[in-house]
Design a protein around this ligand. Sequence first.
Ligand SMILES: CCCCCCC[C@@H](O)CC(=O)SCCNC(=O)CCNC(=O)[C@H](O)C(C)(C)COP(=O)(O)OP(=O)(O)OC[C@H]1O[C@@H](n2cnc3c(N)ncnc32)[C@H](O)[C@@H]1OP(=O)(O)O
Length: 725
Amino acid sequence: MGSLRFDGKVVIVTGGGQGLGREYALEFGKRGAFVVVNDLGSTPGGVGKTTKAADNVVEEIRNLGGKAVANYDSVEFGEKVVKTALENFGRIDILINNAGILRDRTFKRMSEEEWDLIQKVHLKGAFSVTKAVWSTMQQQKYGRIIMTSSPAGIYGNFGQTNYSAAKMGLVGLANTLALEGKKYGIQVNTIAPTAMTRLTKGIIPEAAGKEMKPEYVMPLVVYLCHDSCKENGGVFELAGGHICKLRWQRTKGAVLRELGKRMTPEDVKENWDAVVDWKETEVVQTIGESTMKVGEAVARINAGDNDLGSNHPIQPALAKKHEFKPYTQKHDAFDIILYHLGIGASTKQQGHLKFLFERSQDFCVIPSFGVIPAFRLNEHMASAPGLKIDYTRILHGEQYLELFKPISPEATLTSKMKISEVLDKGSGAAIIADVNTFDESGEKVFHNQFVTFVVGYGGFKGKRSSDVLKVVMNPPDRKPDALVEERTNVDQATLYRLSGDHNPLHIDPAFAAMGGFKTPILHGLCSFGYATRHVMQTYADNDPAKIKAIKVRFAKPVLPGQTLRTEMWKEGSRVFLRMIVVETGAACLTGSYIDLVDSGSEKVQESEPESGAKLSSDILFEGAAERLTPDMVKKVGAIFQWNITKDGKVAKSWEMDLMNGPGVIRQGQAKSPDCTVTISDDDVMAIFNGSLDPQQAFFNGKMGVKGNIMLAQKLDVIFKSQAKL
Ligand SMILES: CCCCCCC[C@@H](O)CC(=O)SCCNC(=O)CCNC(=O)[C@H](O)C(C)(C)COP(=O)(O)OP(=O)(O)OC[C@H]1O[C@@H](n2cnc3c(N)ncnc32)[C@H](O)[C@@H]1OP(=O)(O)O
């Protein structure tokens, strides 16, 4: 690397007779420059005048074989300094504004004169000499200018208000000169050095001063003034051999104005933490960038998206911006079985083997499992900035799951999450997180929308509702069409948590107490699984492929061991549902629904049996709204009454006493035989003619009765047969 030469270049060094200035002047002289050594020859306090200081340095330069002239004018008279350079060397390439004095006093004791003197020498002096070189440099389309600031200006220094102000003034002067000079090839940079010189003697401790020689400052100044250096508008702090560049950095701040509302000092107070929060910062380098930021703020105000309330632990804008890493989870048949057990599947229930035995021919996944691979990502939700929440306040608020493909019992699935919105619900914050899950081929398998309710975290002046939210829907205004009741196990939550939701709220009494619960509560997604199963067995032949989407709201907590009653209303392909905690009568799932694929269960009711007889069924609900349980059967002797009607009138009627009928009624059947009756024309005729016992037909499978049974002691199933009787 060649040495940095300055042959033929003309340099003015103000205050060049001592300290840093002398160091620069000698070095430029050694490197071939013509040097104007300006020095008034006063004391560090600016008293007196002598030519000696400048003359000595000029002589030193000449002795080294360089060219130099002295100038003894005060920098206040910049033109005189510059005249010396032009008269002797005909041009000016480099100006080092270095001259300076001190008049330190605490502000209280500082006189106006002391203030003015410091401004005059440092700020006005630099202005004056720079002004005098400026047009020459512009004309020659070349120039290098150094301003000498100080850490005292940048950070402040006790007893130096006058000096600090002037030194920071120089930064401002250089910032604008750098912009104005750029197109003329004039580069203006600022240094903020600390060095042991005449000026700082007695201020910098002796020991430290030894490590802060002017010779450690000089190299930066020389480099900044070289042709090869392209730096312009930089501010550099340096001392003792260390050099660094400074820049402005600002907090992200907050937008506190609301459209159509008066911005108040109270708004500022309330949002102060956000205004001064350094966690997120911005570097703004030009006034243009700064103006652009104002434009962005105004655009946000007009869009109704401000940061009011942003000292609140919930900051929707921040949270929504966060990018979560995708999460990959592998599952196999045993994970599926564990999940099914967690949502109450049991070998004691008819048709559940396909959910619990991996070698069943029709082994399959209950669609509500779709929440599992996505849940772990949702658990990381609170890692997003803008969601500083206490975990004991978190409750699952709502859940939406939409299926695009059947879930394979063995798969590696990757989920991607974003926070779509955070709603201010007053009593809490509802965080909406959308998670899309893809299989190995990149196809979307399902979409989840988690709504996490953070109790006590409302009031951040956010939106109350959002279009992105899958809304809850009330059921029709009539008695439920069907219901299923099932008791959960006292260890249901203990079992369910093994599928991935390890929230202590569901097992640890101490943690539950912190959230305000007497005992641990059941996972919302466990009730979600129960509801899915109930709808599947009632309206979808227990066939996972018939489930398209599930939406629930968790309205009240459930305790493990409580009995869940799912009430259902079918409207087209939508099954509205509500879940009641039987022991308390409280609705734990409200506004919920499950969408079936292609009106699947509708077909079951309306489809033509193979024989061609068209059958439909009604359930007449009588008596107390209690479910027909084996216990009840034992107690009252439940009687099924089967009526075959002709032309709207009962043509024939049979009763089937479940207690005494052929065979022992199985629990699954007692709980939910389907009211859709499939029976061939011939069998209808046979029953009608008395040659086939309906009980026999039922038990030998000739008469298929599946689906819902209403909660009644006495159940009438009316066959509206179109068979010709
Ligand atoms: C980071 C990790 C993420 C982990 C995610 C989840 C982890 C899981 O382990 C946690 C669980 O499973 S918890 C168990 C399941 N959930 C529950 O038990 C919650 C039951 N619900 C409640 O207690 C109340 O509804 C309650 C407390 C939620 C709200 O009751 P209130 O405060 O009384 O509200 P209310 O006055 O009725 O209504 C105020 C506004 O809020 C809306 N809202 C009510 N319930 C909501 C709910 N469940 N979800 C979403 N929004 C709900 C209301 O509609 C109302 O808003 P608006 O006036 O705009 O309609």
